[in-house]
Every structure is written in C-alpha cells, then in structure tokens.
Design a protein around this ligand. Structure first.
Ligand code: FE2
Ligand code: FE2
Length: 293
C-alpha cells in the first residue's frame, strides 16, 4: 500500500506505471503549457532580433566556443523528436487505448519541437550574422552530429520525463549564466528568449512527473532513480571531445547539470506531502549526486 498526500492508494501494477498517464491527465498538463505561451509571448527569429548589429568580436574565445556548443545541442532536435516518436508511436500497430494517450502528448511534443527548432535557427542565424561561422560550413558541421541517432538508456515514460526535466532546467540555468557574463546585446536577447522557453519546458515536465507521483507513489521511485544514477547530458556520448569541451565552456559560465537536481527534489516534495521511506531515500540519493557548489 502506498500513501500519497496522506491518502492510501491501491498498489499500481508495474504495467500501469510503465505506461503514459491517462489522456485526461496529459490534457491538463498540455493545456497549462499552452496557456503559458500565448502567441503574443512567442518570439520570431526574423523579426525580434537586430541581426545587423550581431558581432562576435564582442565575445571572448570561451564565449564563442560556448555558442558553438549550444548550437550543436539545440540543432540535434530531429534526433530528440524521433526519440519521442519511438517512445509514443502513433500508427496502426498501437492499440487504441495507448493511441489516445500518445495522441494527447503529441500536442505538447509538436509545440515543444517547434520551439526547440526556433532555438536552433536563432543560434544558427546568430553565428552567421555575427561573423562566427560561414553558413555552408556550419550546416555541414551540424549535419555531422545531427545525423547520429539519439538514444537514452531506459524505456519508461517517467524516466524520459525525469531526464528531460533535468536537461531543460540545466540548459535554462546555463543560458542565464552565460547571459550574465557576455557583453553582446543580440546574443543576450537570444539567451533571454531561449532560457524563458526552457523554463516552460521544465514546468511541463515537472507537471507530468508530479502527476505520476500522485497517481503511482512509490512505484515511480525506481524509474526516477535510474535516470539520476546514469545521467548524461544529451550528446555527451556522441560529440567528439564532449567532456573536454564541456569543461571549457564551464570556464566561461557555470555549467553543471546537477544544479538542476534541487529543482527535481522540489518537484518530488511538492507532489508528495507525506513521503514514504522510499521517496525519502530517493530525495537523499538525488541530493547526494549533486556536485559541490
Ligand atoms: Fe532549447
Ligand atoms: Fe527546451
């Protein structure tokens, strides 16, 4: 028996936990996400930046390297999007009960993908407009990484949402840190816009995770723990020299994905008023995985 919010709940079967949430739950999360980004608040690559004044001459070598790095990460969107489609397929092989859940999530996935694609376009355009890169060469460079398949070492939806939650928060924090040390108004505006979007992406994942915790209690502890025990930022295993590069950009602005862990702990505590021993052990484990500040 699991106790969540002080209410005893029937022990869920393993099969339930390994599925997507019921469609009505997802619909609520999707609606909140959409409401937080009305069209008036979205940005436009063509019209919202003063491209003619973009100037990479105002950046240090480390800052330029950071821009190249984050462009590569954002530009891998086709790989991330394909992963969502593998997790939540929408075709004739899916039974109708799963299809309705997957279809509901798809409303989020396409909007999220559209926003991430805008991030990739804004950074590409910045590199070209500021004189940091020549377009043909940059396209080929991005293609070299972009064509690699993106895989994660787990298959449960809760794990995927936990992974994305950490990754979105870590990216948001990095954009804010980088924004604080640069003196280049066009890049500063891009980083403002991007970090606001990442914050909303984080909120959606937090909402999904809370709903899993409320509905399934202790049964989601293991899939969350799995993610933290084996965490790798996206492309950490595919980009050549990733770790050296990541350390170098961390010299420019603080970059540590474990900074996102306290936000994950907060989400868990928010969902679970009276934590069981297993939930308590999970938050202690996540806390212990944080790098010292
Ligand atoms: Fe992004
Ligand atoms: Fe994002």
């Amino acid at each position: 028996m699991t106790v969540v919010d002080g209410t005893p709940a029937a022990a869920p079967s393993e099969q339930d936990v390994s599925r997507l949430l019921p469609a009505a739950d997802i619909e609520h999360a999707v609606t909140s996400f959409m409401a937080a980004s009305p069209s008036a608040r979205r940005f436009d690559v063509e019209g919202d930046f003063d491209w003619s004044s973009a100037d990479c001459g105002r950046l240090t070598e480390g800052q330029r390297s950071a821009v190249r790095f984050v462009t590569l990460i954002e530009d891998h969107l086709p790989g991330y999007f394909a992963l969502y489609n593998r997790f939540f397929p929408l075709d004739e092989d899916v039974d109708p009960a799963d299809f309705v859940r997957n279809r509901e999530l798809y409303h989020f996935t396409v909007r999220w993908a559209q926003e991430e694609d805008t991030h990739a376009r804004a950074l590409f355009r910045y590199q070209v407009a500021s004189g940091l890169a020549e377009p043909e060469r940059l396209r080929l460079e991005l293609a070299e990484e972009g064509r690699r398949r993106f895989i994660l070492p787990f298959d449960s939806p809760v794990s995927l949402f936990t992974y994305t939650l950490v990754q979105e928060k870590a990216t948001q924090l990095y954009y804010q840190q980088l924004r604080a040390v640069i003196d280049e108004p066009v890049l500063a505006e891009i980083l403002n816009r991007l970090s606001r979007d990442e914050a909303r992406h984080f909120s959606f994942m937090a909402d999904m995770l809370e709903r899993y915790l409320i509905r399934y209690g202790d049964a989601v502890v293991e899939p969350i723990r799995d993610v933290i025990a084996n965490f790798r930022m996206p492309l950490a295993d595919t980009i050549k020299g990733y770790w050296r590069w990541a350390l170098r950009i961390a010299d420019t602005a603080r970059y540590d994905h474990t900074d996102a862990y306290e936000h994950l702990i907060r989400v868990i505590r928010h969902a679970v008023d009276a934590p069981s021993d297993r939930v308590e052990a999970l938050t202690q484990f996540i806390s212990a995985c944080r790098a010292p500040v």
